[in-house]
Structure formats: C-alpha cells, structure tokens
Design a binder for this molecule. Structure first.
Ligand SMILES: NC(=O)c1ccc[n+]([C@@H]2O[C@H](COP(=O)([O-])OP(=O)(O)OC[C@H]3O[C@@H](n4cnc5c(N)ncnc54)[C@H](O)[C@@H]3O)[C@@H](O)[C@H]2O)c1
Length: 248
C-alpha cells in the first residue's frame, strides 16, 4: 500500500473523477474525507469505501466558502487525526460566450473553480505546517486552461488560473515540504456538471478513446504518493495525447 496511515481530502468526490480518486486512494490505505455539496453523493461514496474495507467520512461542504473550508479542515483532523493529502477536484463550468455570461455567473465560476483550490490550499497548508512532516496538494486543472474555446469563457479563465496557482503554491509551500502539482484532463467520462457518460461526445486524441475516471485516479495516485517525490510544481496532461497533436 502506497498511502498507509495517510489522510486525504478529495473535493467533488461524490461522482465521476472525484469518486474514482477517492476509491483508489482508499485502496492504497489512505483515510478519505469525501467532500461534496450533495449530501447523498458524499454519503454513498463514503459508505462504499467503508463497505470495501477502507476508511472514509462524508463531509457536506461548499469549498468556495471560506468558513466551510476551515470547518472541513478541522473536521478532517478531528475525525482522522491529521491531514497529508488534498485533491482539489471541484469545478463548475459556464459554457457561455463573453457576450452571454453575466457578471454574477462569471463570479460564481471563478469562486468555485479558482478560489476554492486557493482556499483549500491555504487552510490545508496551515494544518500541514502546524503538524510538520510536509504534505501533498494536487489541483485538477483542464486542457481548457491551456487553450481558448468558443464557449466557457469563465471556466477556461479559471482553469488557466489553477495552472499558475499550482506553480506559485508549489514555490511558496516547498520550504514546508508540501509538494503541489496539477493534472490537466480532457474529455473524461461525462462532461463537467453532468452525471452520465455521453458516447456521442467527439474525441480527437492519440488514444482513440475517451478517458475514464480511473485513468485520472491512477495518475493522481502517482502524484500524491512518494513514487513522484521528485515532481514539484508540474502539470501532467491526462488527455490521451490531444495536446500533443497538430490541429487541422
Ligand atoms: N469530465 C471531464 O471531461 C473533465 C475534463 C477536464 C477537466 N475536468 C476537471 O475534473 C474535475 C472533476 O470533473 P467531473 O467531470 O468529475 O465533475 P462533476 O461535475 O461530475 O462532479 C463534480 C462534483 O463536485 C460537486 N461540487 C460542485 N460544486 C461544489 C462545491 N462548491 N463544493 C463542493 N462540491 C461541489 C458536485 O456536486 C459534483 O458531485 C473538475 O475540476 C473538472 O474541471 C473534467
């Protein structure tokens, strides 16, 4: 087991990528704080992990809310005794153009997609520094943070922010032995904000197939475990090779 004795928070863990990441980290021995806005989703994932012999607790938290983030960190430490790993997986998308989106919609996407990893990073790092021994933070970005898109003006901007937030967090937290990295997925299972896999979703990549949440979970395990202990402030594309391709 690669994460025996570790304690991890996974946000947006109630379905899709966050759910698969939670199961994988739990199978490797980590106790998991399963965080979601939706109570039923968080509770069912935590129950499934516990049933499979792992250790998990559900937390209903809005990770864009500073006081709720502080309560989540405290609740995790109260439940499991410490905090070693945070996977900042929550995001929402706008799917709008610059002409369609309102200021309120822009602010909401920024708050959930960009401010939440900042808030989680700040308060998790405070806990990791206080307990000593370092830690690991993994931010889920997106290929949408690297390219312009016809829609999703706020989401693409927020994800671009997540990529450089990761680098600055990595620089500022390295003296405390807290390793920070990001992943940039592309077209994994169902679209962000949707529950169901869409087989008609067009996929253009080298792998010739859509990604599935387990593709993300394997890579997240690598990045939050000591297998990647020389990887600092890095972004890993999990996109089936689409960013490597010529655009025709
Ligand atoms: N699905 C993809 O194809 C894809 C592609 C690129 C990047 N990503 C990134 O991967 C991550 C996960 O994507 P997904 O498709 O699994 O998402 P999803 O929409 O299926 O699940 C996200 C979960 O987060 C929860 N959530 C939303 N707002 C929250 C909040 N404020 N506080 C707490 N929980 C909240 C939702 O209830 C939901 O259960 C996101 O960061 C997304 O941008 C996904």
């Amino acid at each position: 087991m690669k994460l025996k004795g570790k304690v991890a928070i996974v946000t947006g863990a109630g379905r899709n990528i966050g759910e698969a990441v939670s199961h994988t980290l739990a199978r490797e021995g980590a106790a998991i704080a399963v965080v979601d806005l939706e109570k039923d989703r968080a509770e069912s994932v935590a129950a499934a992990i516990n049933k499979a012999g792992g250790k998990a607790k559900a937390f209903v938290t809005n990770v864009a809310d500073e006081a709720q983030v502080q309560a989540l960190i405290k609740g995790t430490v109260d439940a499991f005794g410490r905090l070693d790993i945070v996977v900042n997986n929550v995001a929402i998308s706008d799917n709008k153009t610059i002409f369609e989106i309102t200021k309120e919609e822009w602010d909401r996407v920024m708050s959930v997609t960009l401010s939440s990893p900042f808030l989680m990073g700040k308060y998790a790092a405070q806990q990791m520094v206080a307990q000593g021994g370092g830690g690991n933070i993994l931010n889920v970005a997106s290929t949408s943070g690297w390219r312009g898109r016809h829609r999703a003006i706020a989401y693409t901007s927020a994800k671009g922010g997540v990529i450089n937030l990761t680098r600055s967090m990595a620089v500022q937290l390295a003296p405390h032995k807290i390793r920070v990295n990001s992943i940039s997925p592309n077209k994994i299972g169902s679209p962000v904000g949707k529950a169901d896999f869409d087989p008609t979703r067009p996929v253009v990549n080298l792998a010739g197939r859509s990604g599935v949440p387990e593709d993300m979970a394997k890579a997240v395990l690598f990045l939050v475990s000591d297998d990647s202990d020389f990887v600092w402030g890095e972004n890993l594309f999990l996109d089936g090779g689409c960013m490597a391709m010529e655009i025709t």
